[in-house]
Design a protein around this ligand. Structure first.
Ligand code: HEM
Ligand code: HEM
Length: 153
């Protein structure tokens, strides 16, 4: 039984989740696609370019929206939809890992931001790059799983 009877038949939470999903997906695609033009090493360089600043701003937005999305989609007893077991299929487990990789990537980026200039910044930068690669792999798996689901293989 759904509590709010929106015309679409979706609950308010489902509508918010769908919007957040679009926003998070667009931010992540931007961050990944533009990353070849991002080069900041130890700190935001004094001659930072558009894509450096854009990465920091969009990265922070992705962190905020990603946390809201993860809580909204997996909070309140819905976490088991994303854990291996009776209720989650392979697609759900991929989504769960994808959410984890998103949070790890955003958090390691944020830690780099706070530790700029220190040797630790270099450590968080490389952890950020590893988690971004995991995010890319899982994102591709997610798109394939969703496409397979829609085509009903
Ligand atoms: C980091 C980026 C992404 C994250 C964290 C993410 C996460 C998720 C999650 C958790 C769900 C399940 C939502 C629910 O059950 O309410 C989902 C569904 C879906 N995702 Fe993503 N996603 C991302 C990127 C993408 C991209 C780039 C596409 C576009 C190809 C996409 C297409 C879809 C579709 C079509 C569904 C609905 C699947 C269905 O109804 O069976 N996602 N996503
Ligand atoms: C979900 C959010 C984020 C995603 C998906 C993302 C993605 C990426 C990707 C794909 C790279 C390139 C990795 C490579 O060179 O192979 C990268 C590099 C980097 N990102 Fe992010 N990022 C995010 C958030 C952030 C945040 C919040 C910050 C800091 C405010 C940040 C700072 C950096 C830095 C410093 C680099 C290394 C640039 C360099 O010196 O080459 N990122 N990120």
């Amino acid at each position: 039984m759904r509590k709010t009877g929106a015309p679409s038949g979706l609950s308010r939470r489902e509508i918010i989740n769908a919007r957040l999903h679009v926003v998070v997906a667009l931010f992540v695609v931007w961050l990944i696609v533009t990353s070849p033009w991002v080069s900041m090493l130890r700190r935001i360089p004094s001659d930072a370019g558009f894509f450096d600043y854009a990465h920091v701003v969009v990265g922070w937005l992705a962190l905020v929206c990603g946390v809201l999305y993860a809580v909204s989609v997996a909070g309140g007893g819905r976490l088991r939809q994303y854990l291996p077991g009776k209720t989650a299929g392979i697609g759900g487990v991929i989504e769960g890992l994808l959410l984890l990789a998103l949070l790890a990537t955003a958090l390691t980026g944020a830690l780099w931001f706070f530790l700029q200039g220190s040797a630790d910044a270099i450590t968080w930068r490389s952890l950020h790059i590893y988690s971004a690669r995991a995010l890319i792999g899982l994102g591709l798996a997610h798109v394939v799983a969703v496409a397979a689901h829609l085509l009903d293989f």
